[in-house]
Design a protein around this ligand. Structure first.
Ligand code: XMP
Length: 319
């Protein structure tokens, strides 16, 4: 793609001009955006970049390992992997308010990050994979006074005390363009084609209190769902698909016994930029298969429902 080849060269020149001999630190979230930003910046300034992967324990199944193997194995980009699941779980204890969960995660993420930046002797710049829709959705909402719908912790959340300037090479891009750039940079398809994943991770897919146990249940249900979507060849036709673990228990029957367990909701939408979205119209056969598998294979879930709400009026995530 000549347009992306050109964009890549232009951005590399811009990054070099902005950064000079400075040191850059980049936080990886496990998603496409931060990965593409990091690889692009690494191409521009090589060893002046250090990536920090704050592993909050709120990632999907197997995802943390994929990030580590991509950066260390494939690209040989210096990566600091910080495992701090306990820190995040302790802080989320008892918290049920969606915005407070986001704020805690964003704040803690930055604190861990800052501590790591200090350990490596500081940095002059902070790199982020902010996209164009992130920029506009955080600023205002069409047709009214400026209202924050959801605080996206990866935008504008940089405390002044960190005293770093921002490098955001993807600020003008939409998701499909970031994917094209990722392919141009040689990122593997499994990474480039991956559905968007929010910074606060599974925490905003567990309405109510987040615990490690609930994260583990959700990870399993989500993995079954995504496996079925991939097997059916539908993954690339969907913008985002994920399971949500509801804070509701319902009665069921399994064999001779009565169960009293969690409800899991499935969400799948099509979209071009995440700002509006339509429900993905699965067949009833597909939904029955996923539902049966989740109830049979995931301990802690005895009922599955499908979310049929478009955006607007719904949002893509449940929190
Ligand atoms: P909503 O739920 O607002 O989501 O329709 C739109 C897109 O944004 C993602 N999203 C987030 N991303 N931090 C993020 O980095 C967040 O707090 C956050 N909340 C939602 C969501 O996954 C969808 O792609």
């Amino acid at each position: 793609d000549w347009t992306m080849a050109e964009f890549r060269e232009t951005k590399i020149a811009e990054i070099r001009a902005q950064v000079g001999n400075g040191r850059v630190i980049c936080g990886l979230s496990g998603g496409v955006d931060s990965a593409v930003a990091a690889v692009l910046i690494h191409e521009a300034i090589g060893e002046q970049l250090t990536c920090v992967f704050v592993d909050h324990g709120l990632m999907r199944m197997g995802e943390a390992d994929q990030v580590v193997s991509l950066f260390k194995g494939h690209y040989n980009i210096p990566l600091v992997h910080v495992s701090c699941e306990t820190l995040f779980m302790n802080g989320l204890k008892g918290e049920t308010d969606p915005e407070k969960k986001r704020k805690f995660i964003g704040k803690t993420f930055i604190e861990v990050f800052e501590a790591e930046a200090k350990k490596i002797g500081g940095a002059d710049f902070l790199a982020q994979g902010t996209l164009y829709p992130d920029v506009i959705e955080s600023v205002s909402f069409t047709g009214g006074p400026s209202v924050t719908i959801k605080s996206h912790h990866n935008v504008g959340g940089l405390p002044e005390r960190m005293n770093m300037k921002l490098v955001e090479p993807l600020r003008e891009l939409f998701k499909d363009e970031v994917r094209a750039l990722g392919r141009e940079l040689g990122l593997p398809e499994i990474f480039v084609g991956r559905h968007p994943f929010p910074g606060p991770g599974l925490a905003i897919r567990i309405p109510g209190e987040v615990t490690k146990e609930r994260c583990d249940i959700l990870r399993k249900a989500d993995a079954v769902y995504l496996e079925e979507i991939r097997n059916a060849g539908l993954y690339d036709a969907i913008w985002q698909a994920f399971a949500v673990l509801l804070p509701v228990k319902t009665v069921g029957v399994m064999g001779d016994g009565r169960t009293y367990d969690n409800v899991c909701a499935l969400r799948a939408v099509t979209s071009t930029d995440g700002m509006t979205a339509d429900v993905y119209p699965f067949t009833t056969e597909f939904l029955s298969r996923v539902s049966t598998r989740i109830v049979n294979e995931v301990k802690g879930v005895n009922r599955v429902v499908y979310d049929y709400t478009s955006k607007p009026p719904g949002t893509i995530e449940w929190e």
